[in-house]
Ligand binder design. Sequence first.
Ligand SMILES: *Cc1c(COP(=O)(O)O)cnc(C)c1O
Length: 405
Amino acid sequence: MNENAYPTPYFLIDEKQLAADFSMLEEALRTSWPNYRIGYSFKTNSLPWLVTFFRARNVMAEVVSDDEYALASRLGFQDCGIVYNGPVKKRDSFQRVLLAGGIVNLDGRRELDWLEEISGANADRRLEVGVRVNFDLERLCPGQTTMGEAGGRFGFSYENGAFAAAVERIGRLPNVRIAGLHLHSSSKTRSVAVFEAIAGMACRLKREFGLTLSYVDLGGGYCGGLPGRPQYPDYFPAVAKVLSAEFDPAETALVVEPGISLLSKATVYVTSVVDVRDIGRERYLITDGSRFHIDPTMIKHSYLFHLELGEGARGRLARQCVSGFSCMEVDRLFEYEDGPELREGDRIVYENVGGYTMSLSPLFIQYFPDVYIRREGKLLKVREHWTPEEYMAGSYLYGEEKGKR
Ligand SMILES: *Cc1c(COP(=O)(O)O)cnc(C)c1O
């Protein structure tokens, strides 16, 4: 079937590009810091096909909730293949991953309480944990962090002494060792300098607290596939240079948790114009795609896209408002300025849409769309468009309420 014959909207992942980007990551790590682990960030896109693609390449599952942990288990990750992060872990999965020798990065006080209990109940076992560090990255990289001077809320604060207190408290447990530091910080710029600053912080903490670390976890937040922006071969040599002041790959692994940078370049979202209408001074293009599918948090101001136009000559228009399928006025994707006049059947293909889309979009008005991969020129389906069957899974109807009797 010709690619233009597949019903829109759908996501399409180019498998070859995905594999190439993954290889670029591995190669950049191997040549910069040969002792490394990759934890794929589930929250960025937990499409089961994608997750199993990465599992087949030996990555760990980086999860930040009990549900993500359960999904990782369901998709074949063992507990020792989990990187467990975030402030809302559950006690049971925390214990499982900890005892199995997965990576557990402590995020807050209640996890120190759990650790004390678990270490006491397993006095014959040696346990290793990581600690998530909250530090003032904004001071080191002014204007670059997501939260700016307000700072982030994750992990133990270095500046207010919570990190030192956590190190001290863990140090009192005879069978527990701080094996790693987790320094994920989100930045607006995703610049190499941000990662150098993060690596520098790891060095500083190692010195200041006399830590012997099995791993330094830089977290995620890399750029990938965007022209003029850094790529993996820019980040890791720079990071390795900073880390080598205090660390040696023979003893300390570099853990990375990429998400969006692995997916962006390989993924597009294909939509069609279904209606064209003029109202007032505006030309509206009604499309079968939605901003909810590719910008569910409504933060994007522009999109990368290309057009696939039907036959026939056409004029140009100064402005066309590209809008989505939902019945909300905010579901307008962009004003297309000074472009060819679009008609019913023309396709708008959005690029770089792999992260924070397929699994984050709401089940609003239309359910999850089809997802295909392209392999050797053919499209293969990896997720069916959801129907009311999937939507209603786990629901009880009026008159059939659970616990009624
Ligand atoms: C979100 C997140 C990631 C992945 O971020 P990307 O921007 O998708 O690379 C990795 N680690 C942690 C702890 C995260 O919260």
